[in-house]
Every structure is written in structure tokens, then in C-alpha cells.
Design a protein around this ligand. Structure first.
Ligand code: SAH
Length: 216
């Protein structure tokens, strides 16, 4: 990588905003709100990423590459962005290649299929704006190695969502490591971090689509 990390992130955002005019992969269009809602927000979980064991990282439901691309640039981890919408992954991959961000690869497919192909391969997984907490735990567990971490970005999780997720820790093989409340220029964020401490007590992944359509 030739440019400073922050410069590279800005370039990524600029190119994404330009390309988005043609392809409409992400809702955020103006630079100022994108800097906060995409770049700064993505970097909020850097401490949790730093505490995770070394090794490969996957961003689930990455969309326009958030938080995966900024975290890949900031941490240098081998990174896989995962999204079932091929158009989004093609666009993101094109920009990443153009900017020479060498540690980022993309997987255009379902998280459940990746889990069948590469079980237990990842040291850390993130997810932002993908699904409720229990679903993130179910989708990520088969991808993580023992000791690996799941880092969840939540805007305003309800008590019910949190307690339901926590009640499934044993079933899904997780233990809560930390919960951190963050104020991002007036936007509330909860960052939850789980460690995979045992294998799940049920067979995962379930049939494709079940995690989201028939949540535990
Ligand atoms: N993380 C990004 C995008 C969130 S939108 C951000 O915060 O900006 C959620 C994304 O998850 C969508 O792009 C959708 O295509 C993808 N997605 C949802 N379920 C998925 C699944 N089971 N496998 C792969 N991608 C999925």
C-alpha cells in the first residue's frame, strides 16, 4: 500500500460515491454524512478488532464495504467481504483493486454457503446493519475458529434483542466479552463482542435462509 491509511479510506469513499451514482449500491450519497456514517462508524470497533486473535477477518453482509474496507485498511488483516448481491461485491472489488488495497477479497454469495466451504477459518467477523443479534450469532458461529471473535455494530438494540441473543450463547457456542456504548456525533451505537468458546450444540449452518427467515 502506498498511501496513508486515512488517505486510502477517503479515496475509497470518493470512488464509491462516484460509482454509486451509476449503480446505487448504498444509500449514503453526500460526502460529509458518508465520512461519519461510513468511515468513522466503521472504525468505532477498532479496539475490539485489536483484541481479537491474529488471522483472517470476514465482514458479513458488507454491502458497499462497511465496516470491512476501513477495518481492513486500518488493521492490515487478510479480509473477506461477504455479500449475496454480486453487483455490490463486483463494484467494491473493482475499487479495492484500483486503489491497490491488497489484503481485501470479496465473496459474492450467501454467508451460509461460505460457512459450508470455509468452516472455522476466521479469527474475527464483523456485521453492521445485517440482522438481529441472535441471527448474527447463528450466521457467524460456523465461520469462526475457537477463540475467534464476533463484533456486532448495533444502532439502537432493544432489551429484547439483547436478552434473546444472550440467551442463545450456549447453543451457538459464544460468550459475551464486552458491550460498549458509543456516541457518534449524536448517533448512538452499541458494540457487542463475543468469543466463540465451544462448538455450537446444534448443527450449523442450518438450511440456507433459515437463520433469517426462521430465527432461533
Ligand atoms: N454492512 C453494510 C451493508 C448493510 S445492508 C453497511 O452497514 O453499510 C445488509 C447487506 O447484507 C445487504 O447488502 C445484503 O445483500 C446482505 N445480506 C443479507 N443477508 C445475507 C446473507 N445471508 N448472505 C450474504 N449477504 C447477505
Amino acid at each position: 500500500m502506498t498511501a496513508q491509511p486515512s488517505v486510502l479510506m477517503e479515496r475509497y469513499l470518493d470512488r464509491l460515491i462516484q460509482e454509486n451514482e451509476k449503480t446505487n449500491v448504498t444509500r449514503i450519497i453526500d460526502k460529509e454524512s458518508a465520512q461519519v456514517l461510513h468511515l468513522e462508524d466503521s472504525l468505532v470497533a477498532l479496539p475490539e478488532m485489536g483484541d481479537a486473535p491474529e488471522g483472517p477477518y470476514a465482514d458479513l453482509g458488507s454491502g458497499g464495504g462497511f465496516p470491512g474496507v476501513p477495518l481492513a485498511i486500518a488493521t492490515g488483516r487478510p479480509t473477506l467481504l461477504v455479500d449475496s448481491v454480486a453487483k455490490k461485491m463486483q463494484l467494491v472489488h473493482g475499487i479495492v483493486q484500483e486503489l491497490g488495497i491488497g489484503n481485501v477479497e470479496v465473496y459474492a454469495g450467501r454467508i451460509e454457503d461460505l460457512a459450508r466451504q470455509r468452516p472455522g477459518e476466521f479469527s474475527v467477523v464483523t456485521a453492521r446493519a445485517l440482522a438481529q443479534l441472535s441471527v448474527l450469532m447463528e450466521l457467524s458461529s460456523p465461520l469462526l475458529r475457537l477463540g475467534g471473535r464476533l463484533v456486532c455494530y448495533k444502532a439502537n438494540p432493544s432489551e429484547e434483542e439483547l436478552s434473546h441473543g444472550l440467551s442463545l450463547q450456549d447453543t451457538l457456542g459464544f460468550s459475551l466479552v464486552s458491550q460498549r456504548e458509543v456516541d457518534l456525533h449524536g448517533n448512538h451505537r452499541t458494540i457487542l463482542c463475543f468469543e466463540k468458546i465451544t462448538q455450537p450444540s446444534i448443527k450449523l449452518p442450518r438450511k440456507t435462509g433459515f437463520a433469517q427467515k426462521k430465527p432461533l
